[in-house]
Ligand binder design. Structure first.
Ligand code: SR1
Length: 321
């Protein structure tokens, strides 16, 4: 039960938080938003959502607008440092509370929220290594510039050094409004050019979905396994379908992370202390675990893996638990 009374501004429903997104399409971003909206509703916050739809200049403009419209707090969700940092600086200098998710805010005044991306890559690559014995041709899916993907790439770079039997034969990747189908096209070409590939490291669920489409269309399910990141109910369907090549994914619960972003913003608005860096731990979810457990959706997954729910991170003391 709540330990402090609801601050007056929240009780009156007068708190506006701007959520300024770089991307909004795809399972990950939809679930994250659903979590953020649910938490905002629970805390009586009006969440004003904008998306750059992959256009970084549009995201920067949306951010400027949120500052001009005097949002009580701003959550910046993804983005490239060079386009969002100038507006983040203005907001921070104006004393606007800020939460930056998956983007380097360039200022310690903003709370930096991340998933533990190094751990995400380590977990997925641990599964890849266990299955391949640490040798063989691997196809890698990556696009630089996205902070979480760059951090996962640091682990992949080190992994290749530590496992000289692993050979990256090709790197592909695209992020747009139809990432999975674009990656599927690229993966098909790369797999046709590299017939000895036995694993694909695809650390974003749209990448893994695209890779799975390519492997299935080429009929290579018995030869190639996919190691991904993220999860959704749709992803669970892809992973558990008969003969699926996607065998493991390292993930948080995306909606839980969206909830945390809103809780952190609420605490800042109320003048409460928030850790300057919030890093959400992931778990490894395997095809075998999902199939053996009869897990068909996110609710069942979070029931089976309770550590994916982190109610104590940025806990709001006046909220009912
Ligand atoms: C394009 S960046 C995609 C990643 O952002 C979030 O961190 C998700 O985990 C996703 O993999």
């Amino acid at each position: 039960s709540p330990t402090v009374s609801v601050p007056a501004k929240f009780a009156a429903g007068g708190v506006r938080v701007a959520l300024v997104r770089q991307l909004s399409s795809g399972d990950y971003f939809e679930q994250w938003l659903a979590g953020a909206q649910a938490e905002a509703q629970a805390l009586k916050i009006t969440l004003e959502v904008s998306s750059g739809d992959g256009n970084n200049d549009k995201q920067a403009l949306n951010l400027e607008q949120a500052v001009q419209q005097k949002a009580d707090a701003i959550i910046v969700d993804h983005g490239f440092a060079d386009t969002v940092q100038p507006a983040i600086k203005k907001a921070a200098d104006a004393g606007v509370p800020l939460v930056a998710f998956d983007v380097d805010p360039g200022t310690p005044k903003a709370v930096a929220l991340t998933q533990d991306d190094h751990k995400i890559a380590e977990l997925a690559l641990g599964a890849l290594k266990a299955d391949t014995g640490g040798t063989g041709d691997v196809l890698y899916v990556y696009v630089s510039g996205f902070a979480p993907l760059d951090r996962r790439n640091e682990v992949w770079t080190q992994f290749k050094k530590d496992n000289p039997g692993i050979k990256e034969v090709a790197q592909i990747g695209v992020v747009n409004n139809s990432t999975a189908s674009a990656v599927a096209d690229q993966a098909k070409a790369a797999l046709q050019a590299n017939p000895d590939v036995k694993a694909i490291f695809a650390p974003y669920d749209e990448f893994a979905k695209g890779a799975a489409i390519a492997v299935k269309e080429l009929g290579l399910q018995d030869k190639i396994k996919i190691y991904g990141a993220d999860i959704s109910t749709a992803d669970i369907g892809v992973i558990t379908e008969p003969n699926s090549p996607w065998v493991a994914t390292a993930t948080t619960d995306p909606s839980n992370v969206g909830r945390i972003a809103v809780r952190a913003a609420a605490l800042l608005v109320a003048g409460e202390q928030v850790d300057p860096e919030l890093k959400i731990p992931p778990a490894l979810v395997t095809q075998k675990q999902l199939r053996d457990g009869g897990i068909a959706n996110i609710e069942q997954l979070t029931g089976a893996v309770p550590e994916l729910t982190t109610p104590d991170v940025a806990r709001v003391p006046w909220a009912a638990s």
